[in-house]
Every structure is written in C-alpha cells, then in structure tokens.
Unconditional design. Structure first.
Length: 129
C-alpha cells in the first residue's frame, strides 16, 4: 500500500510540474515497445521525436506479470531467461516492475531503449514535447 501511495504522489508531483511548465511542454504523445528476444535492447521509437520528458511503465504479456524490464541507453541489458549469474551481474539500466513509473529527462524519444527478462514484456510510455 505504501508503494502505491508513493507512486501516486510521484505522478501527482510530475503532473503538477508539467502543468506549471506548459510553455515548455505544449503537447503529449504516447507509445509502447516490447522485447521479442530478452537480452536484446529495443528502441522505444525508431522515429526521432523531440521531447523534454518521458514517463515509462512496464507492460507485461497477458500470460504473465512476473518479468522485469530495464530502461536505459542502447547498452541497456536485462539478462534474459536462463541467464547465468555472470550475465546477471552485467545488468544495466533502470529496473522497472509492473508497479513502477520511471521518468527520464530526454531530448528525443528515440534515445531510450528497453530490455526485458521475459519474452514479450515491454513498456508503455508518454512523452511531453
């Protein structure tokens, strides 16, 4: 329950920040990206779209909701199914589970990538421009 309240407070804070800075963010866009092969980074958008901030949350395949996604630059790495202990130590990026929302300041949506532990997990995102 504490985690849900904390998440809601963050969302309210960010929403307030966006509303207070309407001169900078006049529009909102959205999208999603899913990982077909765990251990392989997938770009949030292959189309360049300038922005100021991206909010990301995990989206799971309907058959499961136990996976974890990592969001970061082109070097993001989640390890994938059956990864060895050595590979798991190489994980890079921000870890996101199904209850998390991550916010990234970014000049372009195409700057962020996602990788997941399980096949077909991914993220849904909203960007402000």
């Amino acid at each position: 329950m504490k985690r849900i309240i904390f998440t809601l407070l963050i969302v309210l804070f960010l929403a307030g920040s966006v509303l207070a800075d309407q001169a900078k963010f006049g529009s909102i866009g959205s999208g999603s990206a899913s990982v077909v092969t765990p251990g392989t980074a997938v770009q949030l958008s292959t189309t360049s779209k300038g922005c100021g901030m991206i909010m990301v949350t995990k989206v799971a395949d309907i058959s499961h909701d136990t996976g974890i996604v990592y969001v970061g630059d082109i070097n993001v790495y989640a390890g994938g199914i059956g990864a060895t202990t050595a590979n798991l130590k190489l994980r890079k990026g921000v870890r996101i589970t199904s209850e998390d929302i991550a916010v990234f300041p970014a000049a372009d949506v195409s700057m962020l990538y996602v990788d997941s532990v399980l096949t077909e997990d991914g993220v849904s995102f909203v960007y402000f421009y």
